[in-house]
Design a protein around this ligand. Structure first.
Ligand SMILES: Nc1ncnc2c1ncn2[C@@H]1O[C@H](COP(=O)(O)OP(=O)(O)OP(=O)(O)O)[C@@H](O)[C@H]1O
Length: 651
């Protein structure tokens, strides 16, 4: 007998029909619930392994509200709903389902989706178990390391970070100990500022009594708590320590767990994050399941005769250590930055790289999607096999199939030779489908089939070719919106969106601008042989005040130009692109100030002008490519290279 499924659906006829189909296919259906409340009771009673979940249910309850409970219990679920408007899809997506079927659907589609979902769930559970085992082994290994205790405890944050993300971690030990508190604040990738004893209280200006009562509140806590969003803000109202920590570190969510040493004394782990809704029951459950390892690690560390960090430390040395943040993180080949937003992208890369899971990278043009894809590939076990990059926007409509899957000699006019397609070229490695949102609907159908079966035929052949390819896709479009407006297939979206990574625009991570700019100065002064030494503080402020529509690509090009103009010394004044606002240009024109533009800026302006006149159409008769006298694929790559925003082009 296959999985035990619960159907949560308020239309009885639909639910019953589903039950008949599932039973016929060999599944066991343990019940039908019409509301979230009924579902909760049936879950308690029958312990289903899977749930088919409608979104709008009886008594105004919603399937999306049941989803977090299912995730916490490791019960896989697929949505079945007739509603695909954007906000419903976004809420559904946030709950990380295994699939979404739009009613009415064919029996065959349901069975295929269930089959894929079951495989994926099984795989995820295995990975989760392996990861938990690694977590426990690393914790236990920590206590048994040789060397001073402060060195061992200093490795704790790096171990924990890959399993439970945090920006500040507090370890609260029984108050009578000399070393009754550690804090670790994240300052970079695998870089932490360590606080011992009451240092954290001191930098936040918290008095001794308030600090002690805050620590005791965690030690007396029963079990674990998660405080995201409003819950976290409520904690700030009646606890001055929490408020000060929040101000100092700009935190927005918290999770804590109380654990016990052998002698009955309690200790607590308190995690804080700068990201909203960072913590889930899954995190807390992982900690609970790992509590024997956490307790024995803490036991061995606290059994030590010496206070944990005994020697008075040189504050200035410690400060300079924290300030020394290398620009490039060797593990993430060429990715630069240390903003919280970028660090959480790096954590996700680290998490997904070693598995064969499909990844969907989203973000504005120039934010580094391709860079991230390359990094995932290099860090994966396929790193030495090929990474084949396909720019879906530049594929000529009539040749998409042959580009992706290849063709036989004579398959169509012009097919003078056999051609190996991109999927075959990527065999054993990774295929990066860039600009996936630009793929026409009929090509999406074919791609979906290949992604499901990893099997295809070359155009003009009926012999199936099987490949083993990892898929990474990227887009700067809002795919949920594309789905709701019928331009992107929902089933393909779910197939690709197994592990989503969003890269925030540069204007939302201004902390990275300085470090990136300095790095680009170094790179281009080396490349051109011009001894440009850096950027002045005033110029840096200029950069930080600009809104970077072309993101990192725009910053890189801008610095390259500055190095060419400046030729040596410090860049003190930066000529920022004039197309920042139409208003600026109008004023300039009125006042007779003709802004000095580079050739590239003028080219970009001209392409935008032509695109506007063609309503953004690139290909076809009267399209921008024809007017500019270049093939559409060349125009697409010029648009990309010059950082022209997508909104100017429609195809
Ligand atoms: N974190 C980073 N550190 C250093 N360089 C970066 C970083 N992110 C991006 N870059 C550089 O910025 C440029 C643009 O990056 P990339 O091509 O990966 O962006 P993209 O999001 O794929 O753009 P598009 O959507 O237009 O395809 C590249 O030269 C890349 O090397």
């Amino acid at each position: 007998m296959k999985e035990n499924i619960l159907i949560v659906e308020d239309e009885f006829i639909v639910a019953n029909d589903l039950k008949i189909k599932l039973t016929k296919a060999g599944y066991s259906v343990c019940g039908i619930a019409a509301s979230v409340k009924e579902a909760e009771q049936l879950i308690e009673k029958h312990k289903p392994t899977w749930v088919l979940l409608d979104i709008f249910l009886l008594n105004d309850s919603k399937g999306t509200d049941l989803a977090p409970q299912l995730a916490a219990k490791n019960i896989g679920f697929i949505y079945i709903s007739a509603n695909t408007n954007q906000s419903v899809l976004e809420t559904a997506k946030a709950t990380q389902p295994y699939g979404f079927l739009v009613k009415p659907f064919r029996e065959k589609d349901l069975m295929i989706m269930l089959d894929i979902a079951l495989q994926k769930h099984q795989y995820n559970l295995q990975i989760q178990q392996q990861r938990e085992q690694i977590f426990r082994m690393q914790l236990e290994g920590l206590a048994h390391l040789t060397g001073p205790v402060n060195q061992k405890i200093g490795r704790l944050p790096s171990i924990v970070q890959s399993f439970i993300p945090f920006d500040l971690l507090r370890v609260v030990l029984p108050p009578r100990r000399d070393d009754d508190h550690f804090g670790f604040a994240r300052t970079g990738y695998e870089e932490y500022q360590t606080y011992i004893k009451n240092e954290l209280a001191a930098i936040c200006g918290i008095s001794g009594n308030d600090w002690t009562s805050n620590k005791i509140s965690f030690l007396e806590l029963d079990g674990g708590t998660i405080s995201n969003g409003i819950e976290y803000r409520k904690c700030l109202l009646d606890d001055i320590c929490e408020k000060r920590l929040n101000t100092q570190f700009r935190l927005v969510s918290r999770m804590s767990l109380n654990l016990r040493l052998k002698n009955g004394d309690h200790f607590a782990l308190v995690f804080y994050s700068k990201n909203e809704d960072s913590y889930t029951e899954n995190h807390l459950n992982l900690l609970r399941r790992s509590s024997p390892s956490l307790e024995s690690m803490m036991q061995l560390l606290t059994d030590n005769q010496h206070p944990v960090i005994a020697e008075p430390r040189d504050q200035s040395a410690r400060r300079s250590q924290a300030a020394k943040v290398s620009a490039e993180i060797p593990k993430f080949d060429g990715i630069i930055g240390k903003s919280t937003a970028l660090l959480s992208v790096l954590d996700q890369i680290n998490l997904v790289a070693t598995s064969p899971t499909s990844v969907l990278i989203t973000g504005e043009s120039g934010t580094g999607k391709e860079r991230v894809a390359q990094c995932i590939h290099k860090m994966s076990p396929r790193g030495k096999s090929p990474l084949v990059i396909v720019n879906c926007a530049a594929l000529p409509a009539n040749l998409i199939e042959s580009e992706l899957f290849g063709h036989e000699k004579g398959a169509f006019t012009g097919a003078i030779d056999r051609r190996v397609g991109k999927f075959e070229q990527a065999s054993g490695g990774t295929i990066f489908l860039d600009e996936i949102g630009e793929l026409p609907l009929d090509a999406q159908v074919k791609l979906l089939r290949v992604l499901q079966e990893m099997e295809f035929e070359r155009v003009g052949s009926n012999k199936s070719i099987k490949v083993d390819v990892r898929v990474i896709a990227a887009t700067n479009r809002n795919l949920e919106k594309e789905v709701s407006e019928g331009r992107f297939r929902l089933d393909l979206y779910y197939r690709l969106n197994v592990f989503p990574i969003f890269i925030p625009p540069l204007r939302e991570r201004k902390e990275d601008i300085g470090i990136l700019a300095k790095n680009f100065v170094e790179k281009f002064s080396l490349k051109t042989g011009r001894p440009v030494t850096g950027i002045s503080a005033a110029a840096l402020t200029q950069l930080k005040n600009y809104h970077w529509p072309g993101n990192i690509r725009e910053l890189e090009h801008l610095i390259e130009r500055q190095v060419l103009i400046k030729t040596e010394g410090l860049i003190e004044n930066i000529a920022l692109p004039q197309h920042q606002t139409e208003k600026n240009n109008q004023i300039d024109r009125q006042e007779g100030n003709i802004p000095l533009k580079t050739m590239e800026e003028m080219e970009a302006d001209y392409i935008v002008h032509v695109l506007k006149n063609c309503q953004g159409r690139i290909g076809g008769p009267g399209g921008a490519a024809e007017i500019l006298g270049m093939p559409p694929s060349t125009l697409h790559s010029r648009i990309k290279k010059l950082g022209i925003k997508r909104e100017f082009s429609a195809d």
